[in-house]
Design a protein. Structure first.
Length: 365
């Protein structure tokens, strides 16, 4: 090989080395995270789903049967005591009342006649124009007339009551929560036609599984999140059903809300969090838990340019979407909540922040 060939080979090697790109550092993997034990973690805490109902709700029915001819209120209307809600056809009741009143008028006329007669017969008895026996018969007729008048009066009052029963009225002030009859419908006596909820106390009604009964009974109080309302309400257990529903096999519990204001409306959704004597275990979404060889791990984040670290934890219990941590982490630590199978120890990651304008579950850009 000549010196010229050797120089050409060296030049070619140098040019090839200059053209080789340098290795690029690995881009941080985007992750979502949460801080254990913070208010923002409430969504992952154990809760019972339910709805808001009134402490007192009256189920109203007509005391007589008949055809509905008027529906006087709509669902959601605010009513006062004695306000009419619906009305039945009262033709028969009106005729019956008229008949009873006619009989009462006849009985009163007969009584008046017998009272006038007894005065005359008393004078005749004093003059010995009639016998004592005749006078006694006249007194008995007067007593019978008085009895007939009292019976006719009671019958007329009963007829008036029967006619009054054709109008359904609210017993107390409240809100109409349902109307179960329409104009033209024939209803029977005692059939529930309307429900009126008092607008005073509010309760969260929840269904409790048998496995959760002990937790609910032992709770020293409850925190209730109502719909999308800001803040929370304190609650106390007022009633826990002694037996389970035959279909759902759950026990109905009623949690009375303290200081509920007008923003807490009937029918709103509620999340009820039992408050135990001891601090509740930390909870994470089930997607945050990495399972390997029957062991459970979480990925911790540390630092402003975070790197992840895998730590082993023990689980207290698990639901369909939540895991409660018995040991291994503490409140205030930040953990990865998704994509845990794609991480490795020491890997650099980037926190994703959720854009409020984006629907939940979409990928942040």
């Amino acid at each position: 090989m000549t010196i010229r060939h050797f120089a050409a080979l060296c030049l070619t090697g140098a040019l090839a080395a200059c053209g080789k790109p340098e290795a690029q550092p690995e881009a941080p993997r985007p992750v979502r995270s949460l801080t254990l034990g913070t208010a923002g973690q409430q969504q992952a805490a154990a809760f019972h789903a339910g709805d808001i109902r009134a402490r007192h709700e009256a189920r109203l029915a007509f005391r007589v049967g008949g055809k509905v001819v008027a529906r006087l209120v709509d669902v959601g209307a605010t009513v006062k005591p004695g306000q009419a809600l619906a009305r039945l056809e009262d033709n028969d009741a009106s005729l019956d009342l008229a008949s009873r009143r006619a009989k009462l008028a006849a009985a009163e006329a007969d009584l008046k006649q017998n009272e006038a007669d007894i005065k005359r017969y008393r004078e005749l008895l004093a003059q010995h124009f009639i016998s004592q026996a005749e006078f006694d018969r006249r007194e008995a007729a007067l007593a019978a007339a008085r009895g007939n008048q009292q019976a006719a009066l009671a019958a007329a009052q009963l007829g008036a009551n029967q006619q009054g029963y054709t109008t359904l009225t609210a017993e107390r002030a409240g809100v109409v929560t349902s109307i179960d009859a329409e104009v033209g419908q024939v209803v029977s006596a005692g059939q529930v036609v309307a429900r009126v909820a008092e607008s005073s106390e509010r309760e969260a009604v929840i269904a409790v599984a048998e496995s959760q009964l002990a937790e609910v009974r032992a709770a020293r109080g409850f925190v209730v999140q109502v719909g999308q309302l800001p803040g929370q309400y304190q609650g106390v257990l007022r009633e826990l059903a002694p037996d389970a529903d035959s279909v759902s096999r759950t026990y109905t519990a009623r949690i009375t809300l303290k200081d509920a204001d007008d923003s807490v409306r009937l029918g709103m959704s509620a999340r009820v969090y039992p408050q135990g004597e001891a601090a509740a275990p930390l909870s994470v979404p089930l997607s945050a838990v990495l399972d390997e060889n029957n062991r459970h791990y979480l990925w911790l984040l540390d630092g402003k340019a975070p790197q992840v670290k895998r730590v082993e934890v023990k689980l207290a219990k698990v639901s369909s979407d939540t895991a409660w941590i018995a040991s291994g982490v503490r409140a205030g630590q930040e953990v990865v909540t998704a994509g845990v199978h794609l991480l490795r120890d020491g890997q650099t990651v980037r926190r994703l922040t959720h854009d409020p304008a984006q629907p939940v579950g979409t990928q942040a850009k």
